[in-house]
Design a protein around this ligand. Structure first.
Ligand code: PMP
Length: 368
């Protein structure tokens, strides 16, 4: 993605002149394990239900702005009311609207990098100063006391659980401390929540903490990144804010219909999620066998973070010699020599392990 031309740099709002667009560094490959998508086929019955719903959807009318049928189904699932749910065009839209509504110049967002880089990017679009409470450089554990102190002066705090790209959970006691300390709002981003152990969700705290909101997406466990559907669970007056600032028709009729069919069929995904979790552990064990050349952190999500010497070169060889795409984080602060590998199907994971072993052997040989 291109940076702005000198001509445009002079014309856009000054704070946007140096903007660096989010770049997922996509390249067409045989095996794409770079974006934490679900690479398993949709359960056939779910795909049939989605197709039927799409065929029955008229295209000539504007969508229901608030996606109320979908909201009702999500509310039943999460044990809340319709008024506690806001649906959006992906979780990304909710994160942007969070900054738009609660951020802005002179206000403060606190995040815990290394985390999802879109937080800082969206904050910069609306001139929200970001206060980074970096994780422990070795374990990536959250620094609880520093975070709680930072929360005391924040308008927004974002915790990611499981965190992208480090894979760890935000402990619920810490989420509670942050909610109590923060005079503003606290987002717990649970985009990967379905892959985490039961009982890890901050949703259990919503009744006690009225400034808490929990973000979900259909892009990961539901295998629906292409339809762009995310949602927020929160107190009704928080949802009213999101309803007020959103683009009214951002969730199109096809997305609403497909998402409703998928959420209705939520039980059918259990097998896939269990398969991904067990493949995650198998891939983790396989990567550990490459130690000490590779370090891998434990993960509660559908990806693993790995560190190895010459990571950028390893990623290049995976892409160019094996047609396997993984994500290179080696240039990100705190993530030197790190790659992130999405957990794929057993065949995809075997291919990554074999290719990595070969590349590491070749590199060792070349260095002799
Ligand atoms: N939060 C986190 C932590 C993510 O990794 C992602 C996607 N990569 C999102 C939110 C947004 O997901 P989407 O917009 O696809 O719903």
């Amino acid at each position: 993605m291109a940076e702005l031309s000198p001509r445009m740099r002079a014309l856009v709002q000054p704070h946007l002149a140096q903007i660096e667009p989010y770049d997922p560094a996509f390249a067409p490959c045989r095996i794409n394990l770079s974006a934490n998508e679900n690479t398993y086929p949709l359960p056939p019955a779910v795909r049939a239900a989605v197709d039927e719903a799409l065929v029955a959807t008229p295209l000539n009318r504007y969508p229901d702005p608030m996606s109320n049928d979908l909201r009702d189904e999500l509310a039943r699932w999460h044990g809340v009311g319709r008024e506690n749910i806001c649906v959006a065009n992906g979780g990304d839209e909710l994160i942007f609207n969070l900054m738009l509504a609660f951020g802005g110049p002179g206000r403060t967002l606190t995040t815990c990098p290394p985390d999802f880089s879109e937080y800082a990017f969206f904050a910069s679009l609306v001139q929200t100063p970001a206060n980074a409470v970096f994780r422990d450089p070795d374990t990536f554990a959250l620094r609880a006391d520093v975070l709680v102190r930072a929360a005391e002066g924040s308008n927004i705090v974002i915790l990611t659980s499981p965190n992208n790209p480090t894979g760890d959970l935000a402990p619920l006691e810490l989420v509670e401390r942050v909610c109590r300390a923060c005079p503003g709002v606290v987002l717990v981003d649970e985009a990967y929540g379905e892959f985490a152990p039961a009982g890890a969700s901050a949703e259990a705290l919503l009744d006690r903490h009225r400034n808490l909101m929990v973000l979900h997406t259909l892009s990961k466990a539901f295998g629906a990144a292409g339809i762009r559907a995310g949602y927020l669970v929160a107190a009704s007056d928080i949802i009213d804010v999101f309803a007020a600032v959103r683009q009214i028709y951002s969730v199109n009729v096809l997305t609403q219909a497909a998402a409703l069919a998928m959420v209705r069929a939520r039980d059918a995904y259990r097998t896939t999620v269990e398969a991904i979790v067990s493949e995650r552990e198998r891939l983790h064990a396989g990567l550990e066998r490459l130690a000490p050349r590779v370090r891998v952190w434990p993960s509660t999500a559908n990806f693993l973070l790995v560190r190895m010497a010459r990571a950028a070169e390893v990623r290049r060889r995976l892409r160019d010699d094996h047609s396997i795409l993984v994500r290179d984080f080696s240039a990100s602060p705190g993530l030197g020599d790190c790659l992130r590998v999405t957990v794929g199907t057993p065949e995809e994971n075997d291919a990554v392990l074999a290719a990595l072993a070969q590349i590491l052997d070749d590199l060792t040989e070349e260095e002799r």
